[in-house]
Design a protein around this ligand. Sequence first.
Ligand code: HEC
Ligand code: HEC
Length: 630
Amino acid sequence: MPGRTHLIALLSFLALHVTKGRAGSFEHTQALLTKYCTACHGGKASAGGFNLTGLTSPESLQVKQTEWNRLLTRVRNSEMPPKGSPAPALDDRQDMVAWLETTLRRNACAAGFVPGAWPMRRLNRDEYSATIRDLLDVQVDAAHGLPADGAGGEGFDNAAETLFISPIHAEKYLEAAKEALDFGAKDPKSRKTFLLAVPGKDIMPEQAAAKTVEAFLPRAFRRPARPGEADRYLALFRNAQKRGETFDHSVLLALNAILISPEFLFHHEDANTSADPVLANDYAMASRLSYFLWGSMPDRALFDLAAAGKLQEPAVLQAQLERMLKDGKSREFAERFVSQWLGTRELGRDIKPDEKLFPDYYDAETQGAIRYEPVLFFQEILATNLSLLNLIDSKFSLLTNKTAKLYGLKIKEANQQPKVLEFPADSHRGGVLGMAAVLAVSSYPQRTSPVLRGKWILEYLLGTPPPPPPPNVPALKDNHAGAPAATLRERLELHRADPTCATCHNRIDPLGFALENYDVLGRWRTEEEGKPVDASGQLPDGTKINGADDLKKALLARKDVIIRNLTSKMLGYALGRGLTLSDSCTVDQIAARVAQENYSAQTLIRGIVMSVPFRYQPGTIANTAVKEVH
Ligand code: HEC
Ligand code: HEC
């Protein structure tokens, strides 16, 4: 049993941990492994086929990186030791994880930049819908009948980990493609885009169909057609003609078959069969770019550059990037990235403010303005290349008359259309923490929760989510008649008096308390339940803060942690997969450059697009670094 002195030692350590992070050590890690793991993984015991005997020397951190990484993952996720076995204290575990992460990353980065796999993954729902829209030039949501995607990897719905195809999907895809094609064939503008020829005086049906299919196929597959490939689809046209079907019907049948081919439905790149990593081919690069920045297929300019073999030239890439960010389609990226990164996509889905308590939210215009504020704000930062630190604090936002009113601001210029507006002095706004969408998704439907908001900051901004709460923690009791009225703070203080609760809640709660002046909808308040709002608190490193402005100062002091987290989230989004240890070398490099260039937003995007994982394909020998980056 840990004695009282031990507990006090633990707590004072935790107080230091958040900002400084005690340097762990090889010895400390080995001591923990001996104490908590060797019974099942040492000597002859190899539970799960895992043995620690080879991991006792410092050299093993170089030569057995894979094994150490498996160990790190299981300990970080609190999966080992298994439930019921004696486990290291929370701080010991965090200490070991932090030390191992740093050490393994340093070792991995010493080798240079290693491109990870570009896993084959299905177009997700949004990508499917946007691709059909651009391919056929139709304004329908072709994906409306497709099932929703889960999230994987770095928490985004374009992660390879979750995007496979089930038999139910297959049928839905057939229907979705047919519906979109039929719709397009009836629309004169859309028809011109993909039905390029009809039999006329001088054109035989076969020729007309060939012209259409040969032009459609490379756009749909996002690469040139292979020899004989178009002919396979034309066979469907011929068969239909033999059965006496109309020309339109016969061609659409061939196009439909193209749209249910895995070559259309999947992000698919031909594997690199050489030993070393190589630059992705130009067509693959066109798709990597367009699905990252537009969430859709490449346009004609990208296809043309790919055909000319120019897309991997750094100057060309840079120019394309600027062009693509200016295009309205980048809104798609801003929306999908921001709403998933910040969790605001859940607003109105899994998280809804209580309708009786917060009727203001149920005004359609207000709801729309709340929802789009973070998205438009982010898009503005990107398009005009502002500092990313605006995310933490800013002098402006994209407001409508509804959000201005909600925030209690008198701004004459505000109207129905969201636009860039400066906050008046003492507005208590600026940055994502003053936005209704963020404040609402980090609340319960009926009330604010400093715990949820603190957790939100740790997870979404700082990228250090607190471990999940232990089971059997009683929920906060609502005040009931007869009981003395207690504010939320008083009730939470009681919990934090208990050291086992304090280990987590000292880190979480003070961050959230600083936002208590905002209600569930982000409206400013100075009183709650008849008592003045107390937004004061003390961070684990001893910093005293009071209210949102102090909190933002404290977060700005940790801006590099926030920017690194944003960088790894965006890299994970751009790659469509979870990040590996060698990707973290790329993240470090990009984040450092962003800091050097005054946190400029486009430096981040450029860093990602120019990075080894984004531009290269791995070779057949695992973990080979790119020798010379082009
Ligand atoms: C009571 C026995 C027990 C203890 C103690 C224990 N493990 Fe395990 N471990 C298992 C079993 C059983 C498996 C196989 C089942 C599984 O993977 O969950 C396993 C699997 C693993 C794996 C293999 C996972 C993989 O990806 O292949 C790793 C790594 C691991 N444990 C690490 C540890 C570490 C580190 C500790 C100490 C912090 C530890 N274990 C403590 C029983 C134990
Ligand atoms: C390992 C970290 C950890 C420990 C230890 C911990 N908690 Fe928590 N607690 C959390 C997290 C994270 C949440 C937010 C849960 C969520 O996401 O819904 C939470 C939520 C809560 C809430 C809900 C807050 C609200 O606004 O309704 C209460 C109450 C609570 N914890 C009390 C306790 C008590 C009492 C203890 C000690 C017996 C304790 N916790 C120990 C991590 C922890």
